[in-house]
Design a protein around this ligand. Structure first.
Ligand SMILES: [Zn+2]
Length: 125
């Protein structure tokens, strides 16, 4: 087991969303590190119909949970997302759906949904 407390996030590849998630996770959970799975449109990742892509994402999450002992997964939706350009309301809906999918695959992990708003502040959903 590696030293330090790890949590996991399915975050966007967008550079603007990295620090808000890291800072929020450090403050909220006392995390030392956030393992990032970065994809454009992170709130669509677990809703994909592409089974191979889903399995690959779950594999990445399990590396974080099994090798780094992470017990928490943060799923991100954000303002001005180039990978998924929809309204705030739609992002919130998709993040909530994604957290349900995550919970169905990952039994011992706490799943959190967040929205990063136009001020690049985290809103917990
Ligand atoms: Zn994005």
């Amino acid at each position: 087991m590696s030293h330090g407390k790890f949590v996991t996030s399915i975050n966007c590849m967008d550079g603007r969303t990295q620090e808000p998630v890291i800072n929020w996770a450090k403050k909220k959970f006392g995390a030392d590190y956030v393992d990032m799975i970065n994809e454009p449109g992170p709130d669509l990742v677990l809703l994909t119909e592409d089974q191979k892509f889903l399995e690959y994402t779950l594999k990445k999450i399990r590396i974080s949970t099994e090798k780094h002992g992470s017990k928490k997964l943060i799923i991100v939706g954000h303002h001005d997302c180039a990978g998924n350009p929809v309204s705030k309301e739609r992002h919130i809906e998709l993040v909530k759906k994604s957290t349900e999918v995550a919970k169905s695959h990952l039994k011992d992990i706490d799943v959190f949904g967040i929205y990063i708003n136009e001020k690049w502040e985290v809103e917990e959903l």
